[in-house]
Structures are given as C-alpha cells and as structure tokens.
Design a protein around this ligand. Sequence first.
Ligand code: GMT
Length: 376
Amino acid sequence: MKIAIVCYPTFGGSGVVATELGLELARKGHEIHFITYSQPVRLALLSQNIYYHEVHVPEYPLFHYQPYELALSSKLVNMVKLYGIEVLHVHYAIPHAYAGYMAKQMLEEEGIKIPMVTTLHGTDITLVGNHPFYKPAVSFSINKSDIVTSVSQSLKDDTYRLFDITNDIKVIPNFIEINKERMDENTPCHRSLMATEEEKVVTHISNFRKVKRIEDVVRIFYEIQKKIPAKLMMVGDGPEKEGAENLCVQLGIHNKVIFFGNSNEIDKILCYTDLFLLPSETESFGLAALEAMACGVPVISSNSGGLPEVNINGVTGYLSDVGDIEDMSKNAITILQDDQKINTFKKNALKRASEFDIKKILPLYEEVYQSAINLY
Ligand code: GMT
C-alpha cells in the first residue's frame, strides 16, 4: 500500500508512534510518505520505501499566524497526485484531521477519492481539543474521518464523553519494538558512569509539561533517597524543567539528580534504570512507561487515563491516585529495597511489554488501511 503519514515530528509520543509505525510498515514493503514540517526526530534513516515531504510555510508579515493547515492540505493534495498515495493516516486530530479532510475534499473535486484514517493520541482530545475554541472543528474532523482509531480504551471513552461523535472508534494500542538487544542481559550497560554499585537508578522521561506533574517526580525521589541510596535521571525538556531544577536545589538533592535534556538514547538510559516514575495528571496511554517496561523496568505511575491498561498494579509496578506522593514513594521503596522483588517486577514488566510488540499491533493497522481503501 502507499500510505501518507501526517504527524508532529517532535519528541512527543504521537510523533514517535507515527514514525515507528511508518518505519515498520516500510520494512514490510509498504511505501510510506511522511508529510510534516520537519524531519521526524526518530526518522534517522531514509530507506528505500520511505519518503519525507516537508511542508513549508513561508513567513508573510501580513499574517499574525502563518496558515500551516493550508500549506499542509495543499502539500497532501500535491503528494497524493504525484505518488498515487492510496490512504492518508493522520496522527493527532489538531490540525491534522482538519487539514486531511480539506485535502480529501480538494482531491474529490478532481475525481480522486482517498480515505483518511485519524488516530487520536490524547492531548488532542483531553487537553487541547476539548477547548471551546477548537471543539467544533475537532468534532467535525473526527466525524468526517473514514476510520478513527484511539490508542487506548480510556481515550475512546473520553472522546465519546467530551465530543459529539457519530463515528465508531477502534482501539489500537500503542506498541514497542521488542528487539533481542533489549532483552539480552549481556548487552553492555554503562551503569557505572551514572551510579555506584549501591545506588539504585530511578528515571523519568517526558516533555516536562504541567500534565506530567514533574514536581511529584522530584518529591517522590526525595522520599526514596531518604531510605535508599539512589540517583534520579530526568530525561526530556519542557516548561517545567527549570522549576524542577530549582526544587532539587531547594531540597538539597541536586547532586543526586541528572538532567539530560532531550535524548535519542532512551534505551541506553533505561538499560541501567531500576524504576521508572510517571505520576501524570493524565495519560491516554503512557508510551514512556511502555518503553521502560520493554527494557525490563518496573513503573510507579498514577492510575489515570490509559495507564492501568499498560501498567498492572502489583505486577509490573504500582498505580496510585494522582498526586498521592506518599503512596507512590512507599510503593517505590517497596520495590527498590528488595533485590529479589526488583527482579520479579523487571521480568513481569518485560513480559507485559511483549504483549504490545509491534509485530502484533502492525497487522491491526494494515487491516484498517485495507478496509479504508475498500470503502471507495
Ligand atoms: O504527553 C505527551 O507525552 C505527548 C503526547 C503527544 O500527543 O505526543 O502524548 C500522547 O500520545 C502518546 C502516544 O499515543 C501517549 O502515549 C501519551 O500518553 C499521550 N499523552 C497524554 O495523554 C498526556
């Protein structure tokens, strides 16, 4: 199949999912066209079946806001015609589903019918899309999509609760590549660079937005290090990072916390991690937790959104109410203070992650594309 993938090219989960999906589809022989405003961060190699088309939005001083949706829909029209693309797959409703629908309409005027699949990722529904400024346009473009998918049952429920949706929504969970290197205990892990033998390594990875409750991460770690020698790895960048750095200084733990910034070497950091923290206000899925689990790292998370669909309480980690720092700290210490327990949780986490193996999830998307194409 010839598939156009529209996504955000940044470190956010939706862009990562879209990129990894496209790469795996290309490996299976499909022709994949990424259409976005810059090269997706995880799209390091351009292979035979992968194309990247950049959307340019020229700066024009008359415009207070440059019209990205217009440029994107025009680019979609041109690329569909040039390459004979058979299906559009837009990730994140805003503004991609809207721009995709405009492209569809323009193409139809020229006698070209193309189906559009929209994948909802989370903040496009629960935080941003739900805002009254966007809501009518988001509802409209979800209802005009030929097939809608969401990354968890929880997000599907939220979408029906928050919007007036007439379309069916199919749940296709996010996925992970379970490769041998990840599972191999003999792969070199440079733990000694970051922590001593006695220290446990705790990690948090996110875009440091308010929704991630970064202050909770620091406060949970503060409690942990009172009881157990430990280091905290903070990976990612965003508006809450500076506040977190200041809090570490205030609590006197700055020498135990390493701030990495954005990194493409997540696996290398997770390889020496003993515990992952994700106390978010909400997560439609929690891809970062799954990435940790795929490296055999247990997860302490909140129980909101789709997190209970990924992290199993008492098995792969623990779940607590949002903001319950005391419970999260207690659970973290329970795991970290007992090496046998750590190992059991690690094994469980890895086993659970393998249920989300990309090899199992990819055929679900292929089915969706085929049935979308069959609609026309
Ligand atoms: O919150 C983020 O990390 C970014 C955001 C995005 O849109 O890229 O992530 C959302 O989509 C991910 C991939 O489907 C999910 O794993 C995240 O849980 C979801 N974030 C939220 O719901 C807050």
